[in-house]
Ligand binder design. Sequence first.
Ligand code: ADP
Length: 160
Amino acid sequence: MTIAIYPGSFDPITKGHIDILKSGAEIFDKVIIAVSYNVNKQGFLPIETRLDLIKKSVENIPNVEVDSFEGLTIEYAKKKNAKVLLRGLRTSFDFEYEMQLSQTNQLLYNDIKTVFLITKPEYNFISSSAVREILFNNGEIDAFVPKAVAQHLYSMRYDT
Ligand code: ADP
C-alpha cells in the first residue's frame, strides 16, 4: 500500500489544492493531506479552522485523510509510513523552490520520494495568498475556493 503525504499551509485550501489532491488520490492508495504548522508563526486561519475546512472540502474523496503536524515534513512522513511526498506545480517559480525543497528532503532521507503533479490550467493562477488578498479587498472568492471555504471566509468578513 503506497501512502503519500500532501503537505502544505492550506491557509486556506483552494480549488488548486483540491485538484492536485484528487489526482494524487487516483494514483496512490492513500493520501494524507497534512497542514504543517509552527506554534510561533500565526497564519491567517487557526489550524483547527483550516483542518475543518479541508475535511468539509474532501469528504467525497474516500482514500484521503486529513491531519496536521509540526516540525520536519520528512519526519512526519516517516512516522506515517509514507513513501511519497506529493506537491503541486504551477509555474517555473514553484519549480525552483520545489526542486530545492525536494533535494533537501532527499538528503535528509532518500527513501521517501517527492512526486510533482501539474495542476489544470484553470487553477494555475490560484494561490492562498491571492484568496486572502481578494477577501481583504472585498472581492469575490467563489471561483477560487471550495464552497465551504467561501462560506466561512465570507462569514469572517461580516463578523469584522
Ligand atoms: P506551502 O506553504 O508549503 O507552499 P501551500 O498550501 O501554499 O503550502 O501549497 C501546498 C502545495 O500545493 C505546494 O506544493 C504548492 O505548490 C501546491 N499548490 C498551491 N496552489 C496550487 C494550485 N493552484 N495548483 C496546484 N498546486 C498548488
